[in-house]
Design a protein around this ligand. Structure first.
Ligand SMILES: C[S@@+](CC[C@H](N)C(=O)[O-])C[C@H]1O[C@@H](n2cnc3c(N)ncnc32)[C@H](O)[C@@H]1O
Length: 362
């Protein structure tokens, strides 16, 4: 009988990695439950009730007590909610409530789990695009992806766009205070457009996106926010939206999704006023892979592989910058589109913000 040789391995390294993997497996398993808890209002119920048992959470949310009991146990084991053995009750600490239940908190992240569920549902299509290389258009995705994107990015836009990013652009905030006209390209559900419109009541805003259902959702959101008189939303491509001598053109987390970002940059150069600004908000990334091997990079490379890269490959040119393109490549896109001025004006752990202008400052 042939002897089977056991590969040499370091037992402590193995134990360490298996331990880490078990944590990740628990997080993935609880990912679907987090999405369900978000949809059914369990986190908000826990925030409201303070400390509660399954019966109280089920009564508050109109759900099955037995199912809720199991959900609460799973989430307590994952450490997403807290359990008190003495009282046999569950609660959400203030910090966890900020992440899962309070939509106004700067770290509210429940929307991410919409995105996670959408990519699981789209797995067969994503796998197919690995084989074909044809890509997967935004219009072919599970609808959960669109509302998840809107909910996830809303947190950052709400807390950084008006107070930090716009004031960092050259003279833009002052212009918008007295009027001005803004294009929000690849606007999705119009979250960023509406936040800007609410902050600058004298300015006019035009949101454009290639995806008709997102434009419908954006129009509805604008009506609900009471800003429809100054905010319009239309289906248009980043390369062909109307050129109206905009004071500001914004691309929120969409430049790298485009098939032809250089073509879009060239179009923006025609669409923006001679002294106007192009604000490009992109996922935070360093230029080199080795510098992106961290938790944020893990999220973004995964999203890039399953969402952004196939989205770009499905369009003409199919440049597929990827969500971790880095500043040097993005600067190159702006320069190839004819922009002479490009600078980083702000960043958060999740985003980098650039300003491009037609001419270099003298
Ligand atoms: C990741 S989402 C970002 C949406 C929104 N800007 C936000 O930050 O929530 C990318 C958006 O780009 C849009 N998009 C993709 N390719 C486009 C193109 N060629 N022209 C216009 N919009 C495009 C998609 O429909 C999608 O709404």
């Amino acid at each position: 009988m042939q002897e089977v040789s056991t590969p040499q391995f370091d037992e402590s390294k193995l134990n360490q990695f298996v331990g880490r993997m078990l944590g990740d497996v628990g997080a993935v398993a609880n990912g679907v439950l987090t999405h369900i808890g978000d949809r059914l209002g369990f986190y908000k119920a826990l925030m409201k009730l303070g400390s509660a048992d399954a019966k109280a959470v089920a009564a508050e949310t109109g759900t099955s007590e037995r199912m809720v009991r199991e959900w609460l146990s799973a989430q307590a084991a994952q450490g997403y909610i807290d359990y008190d053995q003495e009282t046999d009750r569950f609660s959400l600490s203030p910090e966890k409530a900020m992440v899962f239940a309070d939509e106004n908190s700067p770290v509210y992240m429940a929307g991410f789990f919409d995105i996670a569920c959408a990519v699981f549902r789209d797995e067969p299509k994503i796998t197919e695009s690995f084989k074909s290389g044809r890509g997967l258009g935004w219009n072919e995705r599970n609808p959960c992806l669109f509302c998840g994107t809107a909910r996830f990015f809303r947190t950052t836009y709400k807390h950084h766009l008006i107070n930090e990013w716009l004031p960092a652009l050259n003279g833009v905030a002052t212009k918008l205070e007295s009027g001005g006209i803004v294009a929000d390209v690849g606007c999705g559900h119009g979250i960023s457009t509406i936040i800007m419109a609410q902050a600058f009541p004298n300015a006019h805003f035009h949101g454009y996106d290639a995806h008709p259902p997102s434009i419908d959702a954006a129009r509805q959101a604008a009506a609900e926010a009471g800003v429809s008189d100054r905010v319009s939303f239309d289906v248009a491509l980043a390369k062909d939206f109307p050129a109206r001598s905009f004071d500001l053109v914004c691309f929120f987390d969409c430049l790298h999704d485009l098939g032809d970002p250089v073509g879009a940059a060239a179009h923006v150069r025609e669409a923006v006023a001679p002294d106007g600004s192009w604000m490009i908000v992109e996922p935070f990334s360093h230029d080199h892979l080795a510098d992106n091997l961290n938790p944020i990079g893990a999220i973004y490379y995964a999203a890039s592989t399953m969402i952004c890269t196939p989205a770009s490959l499905a369009q003409e040119v199919g440049l597929a910058l990827g969500a971790q393109a880095g500043e040097t490549k993005l600067r190159g896109v702006a320069a190839d589109g004819g922009f002479e001025h490009f600078r980083r004006v702000a960043e958060t752990p999740f985003n980098m913000v650039f300003e491009a202008r037609r001419e270099a400052f003298t």
